[in-house]
Write a protein that binds this ligand. Structure first.
Ligand code: F6R
Length: 241
């Protein structure tokens, strides 16, 4: 794993965006794997700026998002569909039919199979962006998820629902289930860019760097991947914070 540290979240976001936009320029037909959550929003902001000022085009880019809440309609502002529209898609020239996100309103099991089919048809993913869960999850693959898992339905842990309740009125409004790309679907990407920001991720980051490879800590699988780049900001590393 190639680890780069940055002094701030802003620097991390700029570094990540310059890396991704360079990849898009090098390969205009790139397939990107995308994440939601707080960590990549700064990077998306920078990608939009880059698109506007330098004209990086997404016209031929395909994207796959990691996950979506079960029972969440695209119109709901908490859906990952709405998140991606708001933070990236509506600001760039990407074609709607090339942006894939699991459909939270379809039959969940069927949707998992369909999503895998789409990944087979349009993939493999060239560059997968990931955030790190405080408990080591990637996508919504919680501790204990088999490394061989493909896109599946998960019951969210209390800690993940609590962490995500900041976007909802309260924890009771956070859905209990989600559809997520599995760990094997994620590591099938040719390259992975993991973004780690904030003191809240310090423990998980330490575990990733120094702990064993174990299904109890899903992100640890990344140590086996041949091409992983980690961008971490100082607050995720500080021993004092
Ligand atoms: C989001 C996702 C999650 C997040 C993780 C970190 O699509 O799959 O694994 O990347 O929960 O979330 P933030 O960035 O909000 O700390």
């Amino acid at each position: 794993m190639d680890i780069i540290t940055t002094p701030s979240y802003e620097a991390l976001s700029k570094e990540a965006a310059s890396y991704v936009s360079r990849k898009v320029q090098e390969n205009p037909h790139i397939v990107l794997g995308l994440a939601t959550g707080s960590t990549p929003t700064g990077m998306y902001e920078q990608l939009i700026k880059n698109h506007i000022t330098l004209g990086t085009s997404y016209r031929n880019v395909t994207t796959f998002n990691l996950d979506e809440y079960v029972g969440m309609s695209k119109k709901n502002h908490n859906s990952y569909y709405a998140f991606m529209e708001k933070h990236l898609f509506q600001h760039i020239d990407i074609q709607n039919e090339f942006t894939f996100i699991p459909d939270g309103m379809s039959d969940p099991q069927k949707e998992c199979g369909l999503y895998e089919e789409k990944l087979r048809k349009h993939g493999p993913i060239d560059l997968q962006i990931l955030g790190l869960g405080a408990n080591g999850h990637i996508g919504f693959n919680e501790p204990g998820t088999p490394f061989c898992s493909r896109t599946h339905v998960v019951e969210l842990t209390d800690s993940t629902r609590k962490a995500n309740s900041r976007f909802f009125k309260g924890i009771e409004d956070v859905p209990t289930h989600a559809i997520t790309m599995g760990i094997d679907s994620i590591v099938n990407a040719k390259e992975i860019l993991l973004l780690v920001s904030g003191a809240i991720k310090k423990e998980a980051f330490e575990k990733l760097l120094y702990g064993d490879i174990s299904e109890d800590f899903p992100a640890s699988i990344l140590k086996k991947h041949p091409c992983v780049k980690i961008l971490a900001d100082q607050s995720a590393l500080d021993t004092s914070s």
